[in-house]
Design a protein around this ligand. Structure first.
Ligand code: BJW
Ligand code: ZN
Length: 244
């Protein structure tokens, strides 16, 4: 795989690099992206219609069962070469920051020290009424437990459509984007806001934005586009920069 020599030089000498990831980075581990059609039991449901507070209020058991099923799928998957390459980049770059929209834990499993999770984690729970953190439960429990404090229902600690992002991770991501020399945006459709603003904020502040995606996105025009799968492009980029 060929890369522009100027890109390789810039990465070799950069320190403030932000990696911004979406569901495409986990696709080669076997996790469907958000915009893929669902299969099996869930073929008739669109993720966009399940990941909302309204869906949970209307039919908590169906939404809960969808997340429990996803937790079972997530428990069986492992990081792919893209996650490993990002962790290797982070180890080399003095001030790398990893910002992810993903609710899986594959970056952590690949050795990334402190990913900033903008959309929470599918492996944490909280009370849907009072917001208190609730413990993990067996992934085959088919109904959401009740909150010990207020009797509200347990839900996954993820950010649904219409909900605000957790303020501290969001602020940390914006701060890193403003300071970045390079942002590498990987496997995201760049359509879900405000997260999709991270590469835009960095570009406005003068950073180079590199996008790794086999498909076009609305951010093609502000980025240097590396068309291909993350699991192929990132190890090749790592090798081109440091011969690893
Ligand atoms: C590969 C690959 C390979 C494949 N290698 N690549 C401005 C304009 C319009 C709308 C809005 C706006 N601001 C806010 C909104 C509304 C809404 C929104 O953005 N809607 C748009 C869809 C139109 N946003 C919100 O509601 C947000 N909240 C909010 O704004 O609150 C306001 C508020 C403020 C104060 C108080 C109260 C409210 C919240 C958004 C939360 C998103 N949550 C989800 C679900 C998480 C839980 C779960 O997983 O169940 O997060 S939605 C879903 O999308 C998930 C993802 O993190 C997120 C991003 O998706 P991502 O990662 O980009 O995946 P895909 O599937 O879209 O794309 C995959 C890409 O990978 C594709 O491009 C492929 O080509 C590529 N790919 N294989 C590399 N091998
Ligand atoms: Zn509660």
């Amino acid at each position: 795989m060929e890369f522009a020599p100027a890109l390789i030089e810039q990465l070799r000498h950069a320190s403030r690099v932000v990696f911004f990831t979406g569901a495409g980075v986990s696709a080669e581990s076997g996790l469907p992206t958000f915009r893929d059609a669902q299969t099996g039991l869930w073929a008739n449901y669109k993720p966009q219609d399940l990941a909302t507070p309204e869906a949970f209020a209307r039919d908590p058991q169906t939404v809960w069962r969808w997340y429990q099923w996803r937790r079972r799928v997530h428990a069986d998957v492992t990081p792919n070469p893209a996650h490993h390459a990002i962790a290797a980049f982070e180890a080399r770059l003095p001030e790398a920051v990893l910002v992810t929209q993903n609710v899986d834990r594959l970056h952590e499993l690949a050795g990334s020290p402190a990913p900033i999770h903008l959309h929470g984690s599918v492996f944490r729970n909280k009370c849907a009424s009072c917001g208190i953190e609730m413990p993990e439960v067996p992934h085959d429990l088919e109904t959401p437990p009740a909150c010990p404090d207020c009797g509200g229902l347990c839900r996954p600690d993820v950010v649904w459509f219409g909900e605000g992002l957790p303020p501290a991770p969001w602020q940390a991501a914006v701060d890193a984007a403003v300071k970045a020399e390079v942002v590498i945006s990987i496997g995201t459709s760049a359509t879900v806001h405000p997260a999709a603003r991270i590469p835009l904020v960095a570009r406005e502040a003068g950073a180079l934005v590199v996008q790794v995606n086999p498909e076009p996105t609305p951010q093609d025009k502000i980025a240097l586009n590396l068309r291909g799968k993350a699991g192929a492009v990132l190890p090749a980029l790592l090798a081109a920069v440091w011969g690893e």
